[in-house]
Every structure is written in structure tokens, then in C-alpha cells.
Design a protein around this ligand. Structure first.
Ligand code: HEC
Length: 110
């Protein structure tokens, strides 16, 4: 009986020492810098209204940190910022189109 027990223990110790299967990363997804248009209404369905955009911007983007000045960022920076900020306001996708149009109408740099 004893040798069998010893064998049993040895097999288990060996099993415990084998390398755990570590997941190997083979594919790396490049981060997307394209604005996620799902935060905006479908292109062509809403006519961008910068006046409406301004009032929504003033009313909805001020709550957490005050009004950011549009000129502080470039167009591409704004695209990234809006992608993160629009969902936080929970504004509709139509208003998101207006707000984006208003901000980008103020920005001069690409
Ligand atoms: C629910 C709160 C909240 C609302 C509403 C909100 N923001 Fe923000 N915002 C934040 C926080 C928190 C940060 C700090 C950076 C972060 O957490 O991403 C921030 C950062 C920013 C910045 C700094 C740049 C950066 O990349 O961090 C800008 C510009 C900005 N927000 C613009 C806006 C605009 C425009 C709107 C309206 C569409 C808006 N925010 C609405 C919470 C909010």
C-alpha cells in the first residue's frame, strides 16, 4: 500500500510543478482614434445647428467642471474629448451633433 501512496503523492507534486498555462497575447488591437459616431445621430439625419449647440453646451457641459473653452483644444483633441464627454451628459444623439458643430465652429486648429 505504501509505495502506491508514495507514487500518488509524487504524481501530484509533479503536476503542481508543471507550468500553468499562461494566456499568450497574439493579437493586439490598435486603439481607435476615429470618433465613435454612435454618440451622434446618423449622418444626414440632423442638420447641425450651432446656436442650439451653444445653448446645450452651456447647459450640459458646465455641471461637472465648468465650461471648457473651445479654443484650448484642437479639432482632433475635441473629437476624442467629445467621445468621452457626450455620454456623461446623457444628452440625446441629436443634441450631440449640435454641440459638436458648435465647438468645432470655434476651433481654428485641425
Ligand atoms: C458627469 C460629469 C461630466 C460632464 C457632464 C461633462 N464632463 Fe467633461 N470631464 C469630466 C471629468 C471627470 C473630466 C476629467 C477627465 C476625465 O475623467 O476623463 C472631464 C474633462 C473634460 C475636459 C478636459 C480634457 C480631457 O481630456 O480631460 C474637457 C475639455 C471636457 N471635459 C469637456 C466636456 C464637454 C464639452 C462636456 C459636454 C459635452 C462635458 N465635458 C461634460 C466630467 C464631465
Amino acid at each position: 500500500m505504501k509505495p502506491l501512496l508514495a507514487l500518488f503523492v509524487t504524481v501530484h507534486m509533479l503536476a503542481a510543478c508543471t507550468r500553468k498555462s499562461v494566456p499568450v497575447i497574439t493579437i493586439r488591437e490598435a486603439p481607435s482614434f476615429k470618433p465613435d459616431i454612435s454618440i451622434y445621430a446618423e449622418p444626414g439625419t440632423v442638420t447641425a445647428d450651432t446656436l442650439q449647440g451653444k445653448s446645450v453646451f452651456m447647459a450640459r457641459c458646465e455641471r461637472c467642471h465648468g465650461i471648457p473653452h473651445p479654443l484650448v483644444f484642437t479639432v482632433s483633441q475635441w473629437e476624442n474629448i467629445l467621445e468621452r464627454m457626450i455620454p456623461r451628459t446623457r444628452m440625446g444623439r441629436d443634441n450631440a451633433v449640435h454641440v459638436r458643430a458648435y465647438i468645432l465652429s470655434k476651433v481654428k486648429r485641425p
